[in-house]
Design a binder for this molecule. Structure first.
Ligand code: TXA
Ligand code: MG
Length: 317
């Protein structure tokens, strides 16, 4: 099993040593826990892909602690970048830029761009500052499984591995960073913890184009962020006492005996979503259902990321 470190100065030193010797380390961020390795250590990066069983064409986010590190990774700096950095970093926004050719192809998933962010988490920022080089880190779950918001979630996805995890308690936003491409017209590629409304204040023309083919590529499934128990959107199916139901403040279906209610505030619901899906999964119920928030709410920007995760988690394959 992975072993836990804390967040003290000596724990950070231990994590830096481990990374420098070519290891991978579980790290806390404000969004979800990540599995980090030095961005320029090709063997350590391939270990991340192996551990997660992640398709080689899915690129990793590079985490930095200071904007001056962008130049080391990106070839072209768009005009709008300084304002975006000022407004959103550190924070849950990943910016995709044209990569410098010497950024290893493996972290770019073979493409010519690179996703970069400064996370807003004191422990991870200390680690990044101490090691003083970019750390690649995807979410610390097996590919397509629910993302981890605690160190225990990371351990349960990798029960036979022995990498260290910096345990800083539960994450705060609970949903991953928003991924914004600035290669060409500003485009959101993944909905996440930075809202579209907030982005529009600086990028009024930003569009959303979620590349489903990214997860429909050979060898991967559309199903993502998913529990292991069958999980469906509830549309009047008969509920038995062997079924679990996830609610967002609405009334439960008739006969529902096992109910989890995340409430009707999207910020609070987003924080608890992944931990709740993992908890529901562990109860060994037959089928899990989610009763979606009403349509008026669904049109609101702050529900978009949650709806996106539920849509993917309830895909059949
Ligand atoms: O909040 C987060 O973003 C967390 C924490 C650990 O930072 N990380 C995370 O990484 O969610 P991951 O690998 O689970 O998801 C990253 C997403 C994937 O959909 C990936 O395809 C996309 O970002 N991505 C990364 N680099 C990209 C690039 N150069 N171009 C397009 N998409 C990219
Ligand atoms: Mg992920």
């Amino acid at each position: 099993m992975a072993h836990r470190l804390g967040t003290s100065a000596s724990d950070i030193v231990a994590a830096v040593d481990y990374l420098r010797s070519g290891g991978v380390v579980g790290v806390p961020t404000e969004t979800v826990y990540g599995l980090a390795a030095s961005a320029f250590d090709i063997d350590a990066i391939s270990e991340i892909y192996r551990l997660k069983n992640r398709p080689a064409n899915n690129p990793l986010i590079l985490h930095i602690h200071h904007p001056s590190q962008i130049e080391r990774l990106a070839d072209t700096i768009p005009e709008t970048l300084p304002q975006i950095v000022d407004q959103f970093w550190p924070g849950p926004l990943t910016v995709v830029l044209k990569a410098r050719p010497d950024v290893p192809a493996i972290v770019r998933g073979g493409g010519d761009t690179v996703g970069i962010r400064i996370p807003n988490h004191p422990t991870f920022l200390q680690l990044l500052a101490s090691i003083n080089e970019p750390l690649a880190a995807p979410s610390a779950n097996r590919s397509n499984h629910v993302s981890p918001t605690t160190a225990a979630h990371v351990e349960s996805d990798f029960p036979t591995e022995s990498f260290p995890i910096l345990d800083a308690g539960p994450t705060t936003t609970g949903l991953e960073s928003t991924v914004l491409s600035l290669v060409g017209p500003p485009t959101v590629l993944r909905l996440g913890s930075t809202s579209i409304t907030a982005l529009r204040e600086i990028l009024p023309d930003v569009t959303i184009d979620l590349p489903d083919q990214q997860i429909e590529s050979p060898g991967t499934s559309k199903r993502h962020y998913a529990p292991k128990t069958p999980f469906h959107i509830w549309s009047d199916q008969k509920i038995t006492n062997e079924d679990g139901v996830l609610l967002f403040g609405g009334p439960p279906p008739e006969q529902a005996a096992h109910v989890w209610d995340l409430g009707d505030d999207p910020t609070q619901a987003g924080k608890k979503l992944y931990a709740t899906l993992r908890e529901m999964d562990q109860t060994q119920l037959r089928v899990l259902y989610v009763v979606l928030p009403n349509e008026k709410k669904l049109m609101q920007d702050d529900w978009l990321a949650i709806m996106d995760r539920l849509r993917r988690a309830t895909q059949s394959k």
